[in-house]
Design a protein around this ligand. Structure first.
Ligand SMILES: [Zn+2]
Length: 491
């Protein structure tokens, strides 16, 4: 029979929790659940390490740096109710400090879609286990039922959501410091992810926590200098640039279902430990490094090139230029932008049995799904190029991005305006959509203000523009309205 404990919070509030013999234990803390499982209470494995600095750090995390709490209730600066509600779904952020029986934390329980249910696997009993990403991105996939695995589009969506969450942390000056497959739960079925273990955050002005890091996600420079004393200035400690290494590793794993640094190369024959240390630390080498192919697996079918030049460049910066030079790693916001542009080029694979279902159609001359090798069955590709006017140079346009259009493809404000980005604040009202009717293509205005025809006449809501190869029109007459070029390519 389990005992019930009672925690007294800093606010004076009391919460019950179920005391079990072998509570789940991580590197820093162990966890008890609420009787109804709606929250968890966590205590530190070694209470003697909880000093004034740790308390101040956790107070700041729960209070003034908390993006899941509106500023009006003590949360982060500029946060309104809508933004707080958005990030509440993206982070499992601690809500209170426990002061008795000892120092600890209260956090919300993970939403139920991040736990496997009994239908997840025919081979293993996974019911109630949390969905750590390596269930989906490693050989463990084979144990899961197809319905759990999602597809390339849902993996790309999770990559976008994770980049946005990390960008939000970094914008506030915070760093996660222990980002890994264990600390991001993913649900490929719905394309959602949640960042957990927030209490190891690095907070500006306070000593960083002593995190051990997780194999495969620790930045090479941290692993390489880990043995040095903490006071040695050469020792590299986790922060935002090491988060950017872990973020790139996670995105690569979600999209390619493999690790970017673990390849066939043997770095040391002395011991497995040394081989591991060199291969993930001082001598780490991207398996797709174009100049040094000594770590390249022989069976690489889908590569970073298959995601288009923008994503390829980001991966090269993360794992070639920036692998041993942290300042060169792409920021979370750059990942967000690259993924949004890749998203706009997603095309449905014509092979009904394709496990990826979607791919990035970046090369109209080679419209083939890289995952299964099937050429698209579509007769035509409709490609919209979005351009923005160069500031101060009227009539001069610069290419922003491209959109792959099929019947019913929507256009949003971030397509019609060059100064709008699809972030957490974005207006999700469809502005216009592409429609195929009697073998002709049209753009129908649903909510766009100031849409102009190719001749420059206003196109009211409910009216359409006929799209042919070479059509050019203004998506909005506003200063920052985009100019759209249409190409229709026969396949
Ligand atoms: Zn395919």
């Amino acid at each position: 029979m389990n005992k019930i404990g009672e925690a007294i919070l800093a606010s004076g509030k009391r919460l019950k929790y179920v005391i079990t013999d072998n509570p789940p234990r991580g590197g820093m803390k162990y966890t008890y659940f609420a009787p109804d499982k709606s929250y968890v209470i966590q205590f530190f494995n070694d209470p003697s390490k909880v000093d004034f600095n740790t308390r101040s750090r956790i107070e700041a995390i729960i209070g003034k740096y908390n993006p899941t709490l509106p500023e009006s209730r003590g949360g982060s600066l500029g946060n309104d109710d809508k933004l707080a509600a958005y990030f509440e779904k993206r982070f499992c952020w601690p809500t209170d400090i426990v002061v008795s029986p000892e120092f600890g934390l209260v956090s919300p329980a993970y939403p139920s879609n991040f736990f496997f249910d009994s239908s997840a696997s025919q081979l293993l009993d996974l019911k109630g286990k949390d969905k750590k990403s390596n269930w989906f991105t490693s050989k463990n996939r084979k144990y899961l039922n197809k319905s759990e695995l999602g597809d390339f589009r849902s993996m790309l969506q999770m990559s976008l959501l994770l980049s946005r969450s990390i960008r939000r942390l970094h914008q506030a000056g915070l760093a996660h410091s222990d980002l890994s497959n264990n600390n991001v739960l993913i649900d490929p079925k719905s394309g959602n992810c949640v960042v957990i273990d927030i209490d190891s955050l690095v907070v500006p002005g306070l000593y960083p926590p002593e995190v051990a890091g997780t194999r495969g996600y620790i930045a090479p420079e941290v692993l390489a200098t880990m043995e040095l004393p903490r006071t040695d200035p050469r020792r590299k400690i986790p922060g935002s640039t090491t988060d950017l290494h872990a973020l790139a590793v996670l995105i690569y794993e979600y999209l390619f279902l493999r690790h970017p640094l673990i390849g066939p190369k043997i770095f040391s024959t002395v011991s497995a430990e040394e081989d591991d240390f060199l291969g993930l630390g001082p001598q780490a080498l991207f398996i797709e490094n174009p100049d040094d192919t000594s770590n390249r697996p022989s069976n690489l079918k889908v590569t970073v090139k298959d995601l288009g030049p923008e994503m390829e460049k980001l991966f090269m910066r993360a794992f070639v230029d920036g692998l041993h030079n942290p300042a060169l790693r792409p920021s979370a916001m750059e990942w967000e932008r690259g993924i949004v542009h890749a998203w706009d080029l997603l095309h449905k694979c014509s092979n009904p049995d394709c496990s990826s279902k979607w791919f990035v159609l970046h090369d109209v001359n080679n419209p083939v799904c890289p995952f299964c090798g099937t050429k698209i069955a579509d007769k035509e590709i409709v490609r919209l190029t979005l351009n923005s006017e160069v500031r101060g140079h009227k009539g001069q346009w610069r290419r922003l991005s491209e959109l792959d259009a099929v019947n019913n493809t929507p256009l949003f404000k971030w397509h019609t305006h060059s100064n709008i980005f699809p972030d957490e604040k974005a207006d999700l009202t469809m502005q216009a959509y592409i429609c195929r009717h009697n073998n002709e293509w049209f753009l129908i205005n649903s909510h766009a203000e100031g849409l102009l025809s190719p001749q420059g006449n206003p196109v009211p809501q409910g009216q359409a523009i006929r799209l042919t190869d070479g059509t050019v029109f203004r998506a909005s007459r506003d200063d920052r309205g985009t100019l759209i070029n249409v190409k229709i390519i026969s396949v």
